[in-house]
Design a protein. Structure first.
Length: 334
């Protein structure tokens, strides 16, 4: 952070006179405000726009400048590393980031920490405990819940498919793991195909078409993120399989909500990306100010169907940007 001009003048005069430097009065800020870089995995999906809104809400509340910059696509690992390196050179006070790859970003995170810049991870972490905190959904638990819901929808028997997004991305890996573990509870449900969407709706549509063609008895699909789910729903509609192939998906963009309403999607596993952005920035600020920070902060997950769609708490999760102005953050609140 930058010292204020007044603080510098006081320090200069005091030292020049051979006196002890004056201490700032308790409660008076000595610095302008923290600069915190928030680096998502991508910029195009509604999920990340909601994370940005949460981060900016925390920045406003805690007098921090939020620098929002990320790769255009979630597969651009080298671009994310370059952005991280730029923020290290800029000497920001802290970095909050969602890793495009759970291994490739470790070296750059270590560079930041060696430069005195703490790093908190959100949504997608890394295979290392060096970040000060990981603020995220319990992705394994959420995917297990998806497996149970999909099994229920197909009568606990039949063939199902799985569409994660990017191989090597921590979030994708955990959701794939959780779904497979969840299916072990249902011996008559068989996972017959696992294909990746590359976080691209067009790819999600193509792999769904391949899955349906190769497995005509397919009864259900779990898709692990927004872009893949949008493409999968398009393929189900185009193949005239709405309602016949049950679809459970992570995330809740406007398009996914519309697909839930029209019956193409039967359930959405909904995260709280606003809270993720907010608490990621808060964790960084707490660390900078010497307060303890938990290594894992669970932001929660809910399974949304048309049965609970109109519940007030579900509405807050589905339309977080509309609710952002009333986000409850203080002591004793959510």
């Amino acid at each position: 952070m930058k010292r204020t001009l007044v603080a510098l003048l006081v320090l200069t005069v005091a030292v020049g006179c051979g006196q002890e430097p004056a201490q700032p009065a308790k409660g008076v800020l000595e610095k302008d405000g923290y600069e915190i870089a928030v680096i998502p995995k991508g910029l195009s999906h509604q999920f990340w726009l909601t994370v940005k809104a949460g981060a900016e809400a925390a920045g406003k509340e805690f007098n921090a400048i939020i620098i929002w910059q990320g790769p255009a696509k979630e597969t651009q690992i080298d671009k994310q590393i370059s952005i991280m390196e730029d923020m290290i050179s800029r000497k920001v006070d802290a970095i909050v980031m969602a890793a495009c790859d759970e291994n490739a970003l470790i070296r750059t995170i270590k560079q930041a920490i060696d430069a005195g810049i703490p790093v908190a991870t959100i949504d997608s972490g890394v295979e290392s405990d060096i970040p000060i905190s990981f603020v995220a959904t319990d992705n394994i638990a959420g995917a297990k819940a998806a497996a149970r819901e999909l099994a229920r929808l197909i009568g606990e028997e039949g063939e199902v498919g799985l569409i994660p997004f990017v191989k090597g991305a921590a979030t994708s890996e955990m959701r794939e793991q959780g779904f497979k573990e969840g299916l072990k509870e249902f011996p008559n449900v068989n996972l017959i195909s696992t294909l990746y969407s590359q976080s691209d709706a067009a790819v999600g549509m193509a792999v769904t078409e391949d899955m349906m063609t190769s497995h005509p008895d397919l009864k259900g699909i779990f898709v692990a993120n927004e872009a893949g789910a949008i493409g999968c729903a398009q393929a189900i509609k185009a193949g005239d399989k709405t309602g016949q192939i049950k679809l459970v998906a992570f995330d809740a963009s406007d398009k996914q909500i519309a697909d839930l309403k029209d019956g193409t999607v039967q359930a959405l596993v909904v995260q709280n990306p606003f809270k993720m952005g907010y608490l990621g920035v808060k964790a960084a600020i707490d660390h900078l100010q010497g307060r303890p920070v938990e290594k894992f902060i669970d932001t929660g997950v809910s399974v949304v169907t048309m049965d609970n769609f109109n519940d007030p708490e579900i509405q807050k999760l589905l339309y977080p940007l509309q609710w952002a102005g009333g986000f409850q953050t203080g002591p004793g609140r959510e």
